[in-house]
Design a protein around this ligand. Structure first.
Ligand code: ARG
Length: 578
């Protein structure tokens, strides 16, 4: 669609004296089908010329250059509206999609540019809590969106793999080992050790000192402490990667906090060399009062580095290694101050690339009461009462299985039930992440997430499966030449128009780092398609009319391809049967 908007601006610029750049943003989509595809509001021109907006529109209609890609340009109320020709609409939708199913939606807008995307980045040595799904799915979708626009994407998992909690695990482990030399250390066992530590420490104060000691040993490179730390990290990663696989998520680098242990001294030295370090109660800080922020803590009074120091070192490292134009941090809203401090400090360090760093923040995920356990999502891991992502996925898959088997008429579906349930159950959870703008808090309910007829992942997947079977009903390959002029009804035009908006939706999603725009687009596409499809009288896809059937099946296939691609970008599978 963008090219048509550009063309309309060009023609309007020629007759109004307003620049194309000023016209483009005011162009809008008319509210109803049958009113054309692009509208130019005439209110401000009317004010200037002291005549009514419809009169302006009338005059412009008389002057504007006509012809392809527009069939008609005419006044509609206070607007000048552009009606795309059937050929232009078809060529820009079905006609473009079918010949290049793999890449019609790609662009190279990001060519030669690198974006680093820091996402998921959980604190490890305990299973992933359900709230981690937010950063994980938003980040993964952004990776795919940037790649679709030709960027080089570096996906980074900034694991929280260093901290006193490892000392606590070591204490618990050592105590367990005294009773049984083969202490299990898989991710579930680690959680038990962690919970046990906190239960024991309630009665025995000395355990906390012991934990600090073990962490100190780790920092000093003590061989037993380092050995245990490595085992804990490795086991956590195993559990983590299993989950990532279920979610279709992967990373180029797992450079966690520990990776920067030997890089922070130099970072601190560079900050000092810029005369940015000041002492405050024995700690070393960067004063940010001028920017209305509390100081950025670089070294605590005992010399220990901080979360911020690590992020500063990590940003320098990423710029050095990857030469990013953008570095996105997909992290909860609560850390907004932290990132403002870090970015401001980078700027004070003289890095002009600091302006490419961006905190892609998001709101909270909550479960209604009784939706899962006691509904407590971000409860305390220490007490063992947090909801784990894996449990939520398993439960979603179990429910999806029930729903699918209730509806399944097909032996093939029954045979593939487990695989299908996994796709749909996980898809339900994943899509819930994209139902609203990321800054909005999410309240999860099973009814919404699994509703086959509502705004849900399973609804889109189900539509995809239906589209796949429609094509099957045609029973043969589509002919080379398709007469798109046959797709002439208002509802078919609406589908083509929706299709031609896909690429623009991806651009907007990327400009705002907002994958929910893609989700919104897909729901709209399906509803426009279903409107056509439910009008069965006039829109039987396959009929005796060969030429018409071919054109309609082509349209169905174009919708299917677009839907499949959109689902992929968001991290959902597109089943062909359901
Ligand atoms: N591990 C942190 C947490 O769970 C998130 C890390 C985000 N990334 C970063 N570069 N700080 O809160």
């Amino acid at each position: 669609m963008q090219e048509f908007y550009a063309e309309a601006s060009r023609r309007l610029a020629a007759i109004t004296g307003i620049s194309e750049a000023d016209i483009l943003p005011v162009l809008q989509r008319p509210p109803k089908p049958g009113m054309g595809e692009i509208g130019f509001p005439c209110f401000s021109l009317a004010k200037e010329q002291k005549i009514s907006p419809p009169q302006v529109a009338q005059e412009l209609a008389g002057k504007i250059q006509t012809g392809a890609p527009f069939a008609e340009i005419k006044q509609v109320g206070p607007y000048l509206n552009f009606f795309l020709s059937q050929t232009a609409l078809a060529e820009n939708s079905v006609g473009r999609i079918l010949p290049a199913p793999e890449n019609w939606w790609r662009s190279d807008a990001g060519k030669d540019k690198t974006v680093v995307i820091d996402y998921s980045s959980p604190n490890i040595a305990k299973p992933l809590g359900v709230h981690h799904i937010r950063s994980t799915m938003l980040g993964a979708a952004l990776c795919r969106l940037y790649a679709a626009r030709g960027w080089r994407v570096v996906a980074v998992n900034h694991l929280g793999d260093w901290g006193t909690n490892f000392g606590q695990l070591m204490v618990s482990y050592k105590r367990a080992e005294a009773d049984n030399p083969n202490v299990p250390v898989d991710i579930d066992a680690l959680l038990k050790l962690y919970v046990k530590f906190h239960a024991d420490a309630e009665h025995d104060e000395t355990l906390n000192d012991e934990a600090r000691n073990w962490f100190k040993k780790l920092e000093d490179g003590d061989s037993e402490a380092v050995r245990l730390w490595k085992v804990f990290v490795e086991e956590s990663l195993k559990g983590l990667k299993n989950l990532y696989q279920r979610l279709n998520v992967s990373f180029d680098h797992y450079t966690g906090e520990s990776f920067f242990n030997d890089k922070m001294e130099e970072t601190a030295a560079r900050i000092a060399a810029r005369n940015l370090l000041t002492k405050s109660d024995g700690a070393q800080v960067v004063d940010l009062e001028k920017y209305d922020m509390p100081p950025c803590l670089i070294k605590k009074s005992d010399g220990a580095t901080t979360y911020a120091t690590r992020d500063l070192a990590a940003a320098e490292y990423r710029q050095r290694e990857y030469g990013f134009a953008k570095c996105l941090y997909v992290v909860a809203n609560q850390q907004e101050l932290h990132f403002r401090q870090v970015f401001q400090t980078l700027e004070l360090m003289g890095y002009d690339w600091a302006s490419g760093c961006e905190h892609v923040k998001f709101g909270m995920l909550s479960f209604g009461k009784g939706v899962f356990g006691d509904g407590n999502v971000t409860g305390s891991t220490r007490k063992g009462n947090v909801i784990f992502l894996e449990d939520v996925l398993d439960r979603a898959v179990a429910q999806a299985k029930e729903i699918i088997s209730e509806n399944a008429r097909d032996d093939e579906i029954k045979r593939d039930l487990d695989a299908l349930a996994e796709q749909v159950g996980v898809g339900a959870i994943v899509f819930s992440e994209f139902l609203q703008r990321r800054m909005k808090d999410v309240t999860f309910t099973w009814e919404k997430a699994l509703n086959l007829h509502g705004d849900s992942g399973p609804y889109l997947q189900y539509t995809h499966a239906r589209l796949s079977s429609l094509k099957g009903r045609f029973g043969r390959e589509l002919p080379q030449e398709i007469n798109y002029a046959r797709l002439a009804s208002e509802s078919e035009r609406a589908v083509m128009l929706a299709l031609s908006g896909f690429s623009g939706a991806l651009d907007r999603a990327l400009a705002e780092n907002e994958p929910s725009i893609v989700a919104e687009y897909l729901l709209e596409l399906c509803s426009v398609f279903n409107r056509m499809f439910t009008d069965k009288e006039n829109h039987r896809i396959v009929s005796e009319d060969e030429e018409l059937s071919a054109a309609r099946v082509a349209l169905v296939e174009a919708v299917r391809l677009t839907l499949a691609e959109g689902l992929r970008l968001l991290g959902l599978e597109a089943p062909v049967k359901m």
